[in-house]
Write a protein that binds this ligand. Structure first.
Ligand code: FE2
Length: 234
């Protein structure tokens, strides 16, 4: 039985997810801006001291903003892409015209990954809810073992990219993607991801990715991850 507070929180998650999903679907074809930068679901300083406000401002407005602007430019210039959802384009990049394929892969991927990333963070981390916690224990042994393996994957990723917990081929897996490549391109459903581009942490942590990832665990929005897990594709 859900408490009223839990029910309210779940409703908020659904509303938030729907708002972000609208940013991944195009409005009517050939409008000036097919995709939009979703607002952060919290204040830029909400994740302090783990992720600083200045990093959040630049990361969201400038980096994510640039991915959206460049994706829009490519889509507007390519009539066959008008009306296609971002997920569909990223899942089937081979169907995107070669002239804009790299732009859609990099900037469309950037928009998709970051739209998820903001929602995967919250000022209070909480803990994995039971169904997800049990699945993590089955897949990795213990929750601590999962954290250790996920962190190790994030630290061994060379250059820029993402480390993900995904649902793929009926099981939980840890997956690294380079640059702004998405799990969708590998037929995987992202549940949780950490951005390990230097733009995500350099102002506060400089080259100390390990310190950033250790701090990032404190702001993982486990309720959101659990909701995605509950609604994973079968
Ligand atoms: Fe980023």
């Amino acid at each position: 039985m859900l408490t009223r507070r839990e029910a309210l929180r779940q409703t908020a998650l659904v509303v938030l997810g729907a708002a972000a999903a609208r940013g991944l679907a195009q409005d009517t074809p050939a409008t000036a801006e097919p995709f939009t930068l979703p607002p952060l679901p919290y204040a830029t300083d909400a994740l302090e001291p783990h992720i600083d406000a200045r990093t959040m401002e630049i990361h969201h407005a400038r980096h994510h903003g640039a991915y959206v602007a460049n994706l829009n430019k490519a889509v507007l210039a390519t009539p066959s892409l008008h009306g296609r959802s971002l997920e569909d384009m990223l899942r089937r990049l081979d169907t995107v015209p070669e002239s804009v394929r790299t732009t859609v892969r990099n900037h469309g991927g950037g928009h998709y990954n970051h739209t998820l990333f903001w929602q995967m963070l919250a000022p209070r981390a909480g803990v994995p809810r039971s169904e997800l916690a049990q699945a993590l224990e089955r897949a990795f042994g213990t929750l601590d073992a999962f954290r250790e393996q996920f962190t190790a994957a994030a630290l061994r990723l060379f250059g820029s990219g993402w480390t993900w917990l995904v649902w793929q081929e009926g099981r939980l897996r840890i997956l690294n993607t380079a640059n702004q490549d998405t799990p969708l391109a590998e037929n995987a459903y992202p549940l949780l991801g950490v951005d390990v581009w230097e733009h995500a942490y350099y102002l506060k942590y400089q080259n100390r990715r390990a310190d950033y990832v250790a701090a990032w665990w404190n702001v993982v929005h486990w309720d959101f991850v659990a909701e995605r897990f509950a609604h994973r594709p079968v």
